[in-house]
Ligand binder design. Structure first.
Ligand code: ADP
Ligand code: MG
Length: 156
């Protein structure tokens, strides 16, 4: 099929948030979104928007924990993972994360580039980068037909 990619500039945290809200309204069970980018690029900020768009109660998103995977319940189950502290696939496997892939929830995975093997064949990959001040660039790439449909709906 068609290889769908997108690139845009986000001028402010609010823009990033709103883009996340829109993605949160589109996610379906089984979706996998990998988030890549340096510290402070805006991965978590985007996920907070996604959680709002998926109607996760704000109190859940604020819940402080040191787990690798944060479960949220909204319109659908959402799992927010951060692979920053992991050393590799074996480490990730031990967390039980792989049991969630392709399950009844949608996964948002920060630092996917740390453990690329964590991604299923079909997934959406989003890369954020600093672009001076509050500007960020966002690049998205769809792998598989569902991810292509999701990306096309998210960023027409
Ligand atoms: P990451 O999870 O990628 O390490 P965070 O989302 O935790 O990054 O932090 C991003 C920081 O950058 C936040 O403090 C946020 O307010 C700030 N910021 C400034 N401009 C933007 C933007 N355009 N999009 C997202 N965050 C931004
Ligand atoms: Mg983060």
């Amino acid at each position: 099929g068609e290889h769908v990619t997108r690139a845009l500039t986000l001028a402010s945290p609010e823009e990033t948030h709103q883009l996340g809200v829109r993605l949160g309204g589109l996610l379906e069970p089984g979706d996998f979104v990998g988030l890549i980018g340096d510290l402070g690029a805006g991965k978590t900020h985007l996920v907070r928007g996604v959680a709002e768009g998926a109607r996760v109660p704000r109190s859940e998103v604020a819940s402080p924990t040191f787990a690798i995977v944060y479960p949220y319940s909204g319109r659908i189950p959402l799992y927010h993972a951060d692979l920053y502290r992991l050393t590799g696939y074996d480490d990730l496997y031990a967390t039980g994360f792989m049991d969630l892939v392709g399950g009844e929830g949608a996964l948002l995975v920060e630092w996917l580039d740390r453990v690329p093997e964590a991604a299923p064949r079909e997934h959406l990959r989003v890369t954020l980068a600093h672009a001076g001040g509050d500007a960020r660039t966002l690049q998205a790439e769809a792998f598989g037909t569902r991810a292509a449909a999701l990306l096309t709906a998210w960023l027409p």
